[in-house]
Design a binder for this molecule. Structure first.
Ligand code: ATP
Ligand code: SF4
Length: 369
């Protein structure tokens, strides 16, 4: 099988390489308390995010993407704890804060103004008993916008930018709007206070395909206008291809590859990234190739395999993979392509890597009878 291509060709995005780092996550680990003990959902994640970057966190379900996003914005449930690490955020004045340590008051002051979050459409954050106008007014007033007129004008402008009928939507209750419209309102609301960083958790999940397309276009246009930094969580690689400058591939709570989007799609060095790409649908209109999936299952995070957690599923695994967890290292000759694999060189040189990392849907069906 040849390498699958995303529906939209990712551009070689190097525009932010010299921008300042606004979020530096270092060695961050997050655990959930379970009846069988603490379960490591995020493990020693280290990554820098530069101003203006759009970073996609990708990986199969349960790889820790949302937990990392929630940890950054203090939205973890009570059963979770950040067991190690720092997340140094740099505001527009150059002042730095460790998001894992700042007090609640400082955090509340920074939320919406410095960073905001957009959730899945199905878990929309709009208050069902408040009109959209009241939600904008409450949020604006709580964060320093004093004038009702100013908030209204800004809200109407943003609602127009997310391609809604501003006056009608501003005066509606959330239940009077479709899922896609509510998602656009949430995106507009997230931008009300001009935050520097927005985290989007599966922003197009639970929406039909046409609405997904519209939301992607909306986010692209807003970024062109406001140039905010964005982290978005998705298991949809075509979304990453369209929106991301950089892609962090997560497996079993770890970042196993982090590089420019074009590198992810055209020069992946981690077998798991290759496996994920095999699951991207081919371009519409070309010969149909069945979707594929990586053989095996994601590990139980209470019993993470020794060494490289991917070794039970990896055709390249050797003894060292079972013994030592490979560190995330900078690839020689690159400025920012990081990979955690003992055999990445062999993987990239192997002309059959794509075949090795696939199992066709047909074979899977046969395997499960
Ligand atoms: P998905 O794409 O399905 O949302 P994800 O990559 O975002 O997956 P997380 O939701 O962060 O992954 O989950 C990481 C691990 O933590 C999974 O094993 C999940 O079952 C577990 N987990 C998530 N939330 C909780 C919770 N509130 N309590 C206990 N375990 C949790
Ligand atoms: Fe596979 Fe070994 Fe690389 Fe892990 S370190 S991805 S097991 S080759």
């Amino acid at each position: 099988m040849v390498q699958q291509q995303p529906a939209t060709q990712p551009e070689d995005s190097t525009r932010n390489e010299n921008a300042p780092v606004i979020l530096s996550i270092e060695n961050m680990s997050v655990e959930y308390k379970t009846p069988s003990g603490w379960m490591q959902a995020v493990r020693n994640v280290t990554m820098d995010i530069r101003a203006g970057d759009a970073v996609a966190l990708i990986g199969e379900s349960g790889s820790g993407k949302s937990t990392l996003g929630f940890a950054l914005l203090r939205m973890l449930p009570r059963t979770a704890r950040i067991s190690s690490g720092t997340a140094i955020y740099r505001d527009r004045n150059g002042k730095t804060y460790d998001l894992t340590e700042i007090d609640d008051k400082t955090f509340r002051r920074m939320r919406w103004r410095e960073f905001s979050m957009v959730f899945q459409a199905a878990q929309n954050s709009l208050n069902p008993v408040l009109k959209v106008s009241d939600t904008f007014l409450e949020t604006g007033r709580a964060h320093g916008m004093r004038s009702r007129h100013e908030i209204r004008q800004k809200a109407l402008k943003l609602l127009q930018m997310v391609q809604l009928d501003p006056d009608r939507v501003y005066n509606s209750f959330p239940h009077e709007l479709s899922g896609g419209m509510r998602q656009r309102v949430s995106i507009a609301l997230a931008l009300l206070l001009d935050p520097q960083l927005i985290i989007l958790d599966e922003p197009t999940t639970a929406l039909d395909i046409i609405t997904q397309r519209a939301i992607i276009d909306v986010v692209k246009n807003l970024r062109d206008e406001f140039d905010f930094t964005m982290i978005f969580i998705s298991h949809d690689l075509s979304l990453a291809a369209e929106l991301a400058d950089r892609v962090a591939t997560m497996y079993a709570g770890e970042v196993v590859e982090y590089c420019n989007v074009r590198e992810t799609f055209y020069n992946p060095h981690h077998p798991y990234t290759v496996g994920l790409l095999n699951a991207v649908p081919p371009i519409a209109g070309t010969d149909f190739t069945p979707l594929t999936a990586i053989p095996g299952a994601t590990p139980n995070l209470l019993h993470i395999p020794s060494g490289c957690a991917f070794h039970p599923r990896c055709p390249y695994a050797t003894d060292i993979c079972v013994q030592e967890d490979p560190p995330l290292v900078l690839l020689e000759g690159t400025r920012n392509h990081l990979v955690a694999c003992h055999h990445h060189d062999e993987v990239t040189k192997d002309p059959e890597v794509w075949e090795k990392m696939e199992v066709t849907a047909e074979a899977q069906t046969q395997a499960i009878g």
